[in-house]
Design a protein around this ligand. Structure first.
Ligand code: AP5
Length: 209
């Protein structure tokens, strides 16, 4: 199954993609994680992307489309995947149509106020991509999965979060209509408990539980 997770920053795309990918045994393809890795390794793409990400802006379409084309051609993506954070603009969605057949788009809907508090408390593992929230860490500062030190993402600082939300409403929200028009969009209330959302996604995808 080829699935897109759509939603504003902090909606829980990464959190749910990790769990659903494990349940379906398919890869999570997060363009944000790919870009953060490229920045850490100081590749030419990473160097180009850094200033956009730090400012809360989108990386140019042509850069991202090339990254996704390469990633979807990898052997592990041939039996399905979850795209987490792509597409984010109508040109990206149009480019995707020429390289992949999408089975479902899951939109996680959460209001802006809720998102600001989620993002300011988020801590991430830059090694394995696991995501946590300070309210559930009980003072712990290392990753449960790999033991690496947890950090706050540069773009989770308050002023950058507001830019990211504006960018979402202006450039990514039109994809809701785009995929509704194709009969692929399923909206799920992303403000619910994480387990409730997880089971709703599996049910929406028709996966037996
Ligand atoms: P990216 O990494 O994709 O960031 P994003 O879309 O802004 O999404 P986030 O990772 O911030 O949020 P999420 O929805 O995954 O939420 P999470 O599960 O972590 O992109 C970063 C940047 O890269 C972009 O700004 C852009 O510059 C660039 N980029 C990436 N893709 C691009 C593209 N296609 N085109 C152009 N540029 C691109 O959850 C957030 C927090 O909430 C966590 O702490 C979590 O524990 C908590 N939480 C999750 N669910 C719940 C729940 N149900 N209840 C309570 N807390 C919850």
């Amino acid at each position: 199954m080829n699935i897109i997770f759509l939603g504003p920053p902090g909606a829980g795309k990464g959190t749910q993609a990790q769990r659903i990918c494990a349940a379906l045994n398919i890869p999570q393809i997060s363009t944000g994680d790919i870009l953060r890795r490229a920045i850490k390794e100081q590749t030419p793409t990473g160097i180009k992307a850094k200033s956009f990400i730090d400012a809360g802006k989108l990386v140019p379409d042509e850069v991202i489309i090339d990254i996704v084309k390469d990633r979807l051609a990898q052997p592990d993506a041939q039996q399905g995947y979850i795209l987490d954070g792509f597409p984010r603009t109508v040109p990206q969605a149009e480019a995707l149509e020429s390289i992949a057949r999408i089975d479902a788009v899951i939109e996680l809907a959460v209001d802006d106020e809720h998102l600001v508090s989620r993002l300011s408390g988020r801590r991430v593992c830059l090694k394995c991509g696991a995501t946590y929230h300070v309210s559930r860490l009980n003072g712990k500062t290392t990753c449960d999965a790999c033991g690496e030190e947890l950090v706050q993402r540069e773009d989770d600082k308050a002023e950058t979060v507001l830019n990211r939300l504006n960018v979402y409403h202006e450039q990514t929200a039109p994809l809701v209509d785009f995929y509704t028009g194709r009969g692929l969009l399923h909206r799920i209330d992303g403000a619910q408990d994480m387990d409730v959302i997880y089971h709703s996604i599996l049910e929406t995808l028709g996966v037996k539980q």
